[in-house]
Design a protein around this ligand. Sequence first.
Ligand code: FES
Length: 174
Amino acid sequence: MPEKTKTAILSDKPHLKKVEWDAQEAQQIIAPYARLKGGLMEALHALQHAFGYIPAESYDLLADAFNLSRAEVYGVKSFYHNFRDNPPGRHVIRVCQAESCQATGGRALTEHVQHLLGVKLGETTRDGHYTLEEVYCLGNCAVSPNITLDGRLHGRMSAARFDALLQTKRAAHD
Ligand code: FES
């Protein structure tokens, strides 16, 4: 298996409302990809787009559709960094952990963001408002360090700029 891929998906915006598991909907989402080459990845992306994560209930549906075992489906899903196991918070913040951003203050920025939100990377705040995730290169290294907030890229990020960004978000009661 190739080295673990950690690619950013900028278009992966979180959903603003919680989407409950719906087997029929999941089946409809998966069906168009069932016979396509690379269809499993497409189906996983489509499921995450619809539900905000990959519900464990979908593994059997995917296994049936792609003639794989449940373990094989889980293996593929786990191999890719961007697929979530749990529903995200209302807003998703991703902090770049790749080399350029790390060399320009990304580590301290990550610590600041974790401290401010009271969560570690990969966690969601208790109120469900923010999910904090790591990402590995957003393709914007020239203006490192970078974060995304709900899929929107913000370069030259600093602790002060992050505070202002969060304040604006909170003030909008979004
Ligand atoms: S290393 Fe962070 S954007 Fe490239």
